[in-house]
Design a protein around this ligand. Structure first.
Ligand SMILES: CC(C)(COP(=O)(O)OP(=O)(O)OC[C@H]1O[C@@H](n2cnc3c(N)ncnc32)[C@H](O)[C@@H]1OP(=O)(O)O)[C@@H](O)C(=O)NCCC(=O)NCCSC(=O)CCC(=O)c1ccccc1C(=O)O
Length: 301
């Protein structure tokens, strides 16, 4: 407890619980770590503020989107009343390799989960215990991309990657092995440019513990506990402010995504602005064909 008197500690804890309740839910854990004498005490302090997370298994029900079409290559589920959607690539005989049809279905399911305001977190996983996903289905690879039901070559996984990146809800990859993700650029940010070069140039296999050590995955648990642990993380996220999560996700990506990232962050600011009385005065004045009166709104420092 070095550097803090009992009184100062209480004041900090009050401040932490304020921040936790109102704005940035990720702050308390890091502050608690800084002010606590050991990781165990940090955990205690975190739990005093947040309470324990329910460790029961989630109960899944099959979900659909409003196209009325059935899914062939994926399983789409929701844990009713929990706010969690789960999307599973269901081609275990090919180590969950994806074909254009798989990607089209993934895009539909992610769209539905985005639009469903009862959903706050989405899990992406692969069927079976052998692999999360082995990339594009090589049996369908032609010179102009991947081809399945029509004769059109497609590289539509790029659309899916952008969709996941811009989706205003967290997406947790529940994986059995690593995936390079957004090509090499984002992975290089995660593991560092030297490690990324080693991975791409040497094409070695890495186990889950090495992936954790290099910062590629957040945590490693025994396979039989993978879903339970993932659901626990979802529930922790779901206790926090949806708006804060939305803005944080776009803020975390904004610099890397350049203009597209700033556009998304700006879109979130607009959404929050629309909810203010000030914005409503602008709209009402337009509808009433008069000049807006913004004089009563403070110009904050
Ligand atoms: C994943 C392996 C390391 C797993 O190895 P192992 O556990 O020993 O299993 P296997 O016996 O090898 O495989 C079992 C079974 O599955 C079939 N299979 C596995 N992976 C694929 C695959 N990707 N495509 C088709 N079939 C697959 C395998 O043939 C076996 O079938 P049997 O009939 O039982 O023999 C290992 O399997 C492996 O290395 N797989 C290949 C991995 C690979 O090369 N993936 C492609 C990477 S490139 C890629 O994903 C393209 C990215 C991309 O798609 C893209 C990129 C940029 C722009 C756009 C796009 C896009 O839209 O597609």
């Amino acid at each position: 407890m070095a550097g803090f008197s009992e009184k100062e500690l209480r004041a900090l804890e009050r401040r932490i619980s304020n921040i936790a309740g109102h704005l940035l839910p990720v702050v308390p854990a890091s502050l608690a770590t800084r002010i606590s004498p050991s990781p165990a005490a940090a955990k205690d302090s975190y739990h005093r503020v947040h309470g324990e997370v329910n460790a029961k298994e989630a109960v899944w029900s099959i979900a659909c989107d409003d196209s009325g079409k059935e899914f062939m290559d994926i399983i789409y589920e929701k844990a009713v009343g929990e706010g969690i959607a789960k999307i599973t690539i269901n081609r275990p005989e090919r180590r969950n390799a994806f074909r254009p049809q798989t990607i089209k279905e993934l895009i539909r399911a992610f769209d539905d989960a985005r639009d469903d305001s009862s959903i706050g977190v989405i899990i992406l996983t692969g069927k079976g215990t052998k692999a999360f996903c082995s990339g594009g289905d090589q049996a369908l690879r032609k010179s102009d991309g991947y081809v399945d039901y029509d004769s059109v070559g497609r590289l539509n996984v790029l659309d899916l990657q952008v969709q996941i990146r811009r989706l205003p809800k967290p997406v947790i990859a529940m994986v059995g092995s690593f995936d390079a993700g957004y090509g090499s650029s984002i992975m290089s940010r995660l593991v560092g440019p030297k490690k990324a070069r080693e991975m791409w140039f040497l094409s070695r296999f890495y186990d889950a513990f090495e992936a954790e050590k290099m910062g590629l995955v957040n945590t490693v648990v025994p396979l039989e506990k993978l879903e339970l642990e993932t659901v626990k993380w979802c529930r922790e996220i779901l206790r926090n402010s949806p708006t804060a999560i939305r803005v944080l996700k776009s803020a975390l990506n904004a610099a890397d995504d350049g203009h597209a990232g700033l556009q998304e962050l700006g879109g979130n600011a607009t959404l929050i602005f629309y909810g203010t009385e000030e914005a409503q005065e602008g709209r009402t004045a337009y509808m009433e064909r008069r000049r807006p009166d913004f004089s009563k709104f403070p110009r904050k420092p």
